[in-house]
Design a protein. Sequence first.
Length: 242
Amino acid sequence: MNERQRYDVQVGAMGGESALQYTWPNVNWLPMRSASAILKNGTNPLRHYQVTLLGYPDANEMGVSDTDVQGRFDLPAVKAGRYWIELSQADPMSGTSKKFGRIPIIVTMDERSPAVDAIFVAENACGLSYDQFCTRQPTKLEGWCIETTDEKGSAIAKASATLKSQHGSVSGSSFTSDEKGIVNVPTLAAGDYELQVFANGFTPVRQFVTIVPGPASCAAAVVVPMNTLGGSCAPATQGKGN
């Protein structure tokens, strides 16, 4: 699987609208079926944020939506193409609006894609880090252990893993990795599950696993590599970002 490459970039901006448009070789354009999504920081929904849909590349305002208690927003992108979504929030004391940054999206209108998916965001020194789930290839879980690692193979402690059955009950079971990045999964019924893994500062991972009964052993652990938030797990698209 190809990993998205990232490069250190130095940007000079002269103010005005141009100060918000940075160009570099690989930009994390997020594909979306429509201009609707759920904003999250890890597992926490971002409630009461204002999301503005902007045309690309002229940044003309096309619609505004506030996120609800689930972090969901809905915006009126009526045709496929590139857009920006700009995030802001009103200060509860002064009432003034604070802009956090823009996220470049590609609206596909593809009926095969989820109607509403999650976008994960976090503030950083440059504005926002953002990404969607990194979806890994399906695998088998035989040894009742999951190992979380970063891009260099180092353990990620305190990662949160959730297994949700794909048949029957929709309730999920949640676990936390230890200091060695190991998640010990108690015995669950054999079958198909959706695994979601979250860790602070990393792009969340989604993977379908088939639980196969077998002896408990971390020698056969499912390794879940995670990239720094924004690294995703697929090649980036060339063009302008936020």
